[in-house]
Design a binder for this molecule. Structure first.
Ligand SMILES: [Ca+2]
Length: 285
């Protein structure tokens, strides 16, 4: 009996609900923006959100360190360290001599980023960024001096795409110049993408400033490195290299091009010094 009463009650409620006049309110699809909260009409744009331009702007580097504070890390650069590093285990500080400011690099060679198994990681990783993503080609310069009055060892510098080396010069402890093309700079992955090292006939001398130059052009798959000698750039290496190797292409097929200039010193358990100046990224005509 109770069930029957309940059923009648429910039917009456449904009937009455059906008889109610529906108000003329517009249908609001409250779920329309659920998966696309940033699409048109789903939010009120704020001026604060416009600080990131939808158009990526290219920017270059001209670092002569003349306006940097002495004894400080140059303001546009990052020096890698983690909690294992000693306080002064790595240093990159601006110094001045003969009315020129440049950067003293120091590495104790003891610790390295926590990357895979027995990989030859650098201790010292000093880097700055640029953007030539639209033109996808460029020219980089750096001056380097290896001192005679301080301990020195191997040092590398050049351009990378993120953590993936594009082209760099490697000055070994014997001051011989090599050019390394491709390969990661943090670690060797063991899958044959460790890059290729090309020896040159050049050996540097201590206490002398040298200017190195690197060029890249994604459309031509072209890479080159030079060493300046009295106003002439002597070729160290030039070749065809597919800049977008499998590591630095996006899944969408978009090609990433060099965007980091970096200097590294190895994990060699030795104190090592070097000096750099005039890090410049220019457009390639
Ligand atoms: Ca300078």
């Amino acid at each position: 009996m109770k069930k029957k009463l309940l059923a009648v009650l429910v039917l009456m409620i449904l009937f009455l609900a059906g008889c109610q006049k529906k108000p003329d309110v517009p249908v609001v699809l409250d779920h329309a923006c659920k998966n696309t909260p940033l699409s048109e009409g789903c939010y009120i744009p704020s001026d604060d959100l416009e600080f990131v331009s939808p158009v990526k702007e290219e920017y270059l580097i001209t670092e002569d360190f003349e306006t940097e504070r002495l004894g400080q890390l140059p303001r546009n650069w990052l020096l890698y360290r983690n909690e294992e590093y000693k306080t002064d285990g790595v240093k990159a500080s601006v110094v001045s001599k003969d009315s020129n400011q440049y950067v003293e690099l120091f590495s104790d060679g003891l610790k390295a980023p926590m990357y895979p198994q027995s990989a030859p990681n650098p201790t010292f990783i000093f880097s700055t960024k640029f953007n030539l993503d639209t033109s996808k080609k460029g020219v980089a310069y750096m001056d380097i001096l290896i001192p005679s009055d301080k301990p020195t060892d191997s040092i590398s510098f050049g351009v990378s795409t993120g953590a993936v080396n594009t082209i760099q010069a490697v000055i070994n402890a014997d001051l011989k110049v090599n050019i390394k093309v491709g390969g990661p700079f943090f670690y060797y992955s063991g899958t044959a993408d460790g890059g290729d090292t090309h020896s040159t006939s050049y050996t540097l001398e201590k206490d002398t400033w040298y200017t190195f130059k690197f060029e890249w052009d994604k459309d031509l798959d072209f890479l080159a490195a030079y060493l300046e000698d009295e106003g002439t750039f002597l070729p160290l290496y030039s070749g065809i290299f597919h800049i977008s190797n499998r590591v630095n292409a996006l899944a969408t097929g978009e090609i990433l091009v060099p965007n980091v200039f970096k200097v590294t010193m190895p994990r060699n358990y030795k104190n090592s010094y070097a000096y750099i100046d005039n890090v410049i990224i220019e457009r390639r005509p």
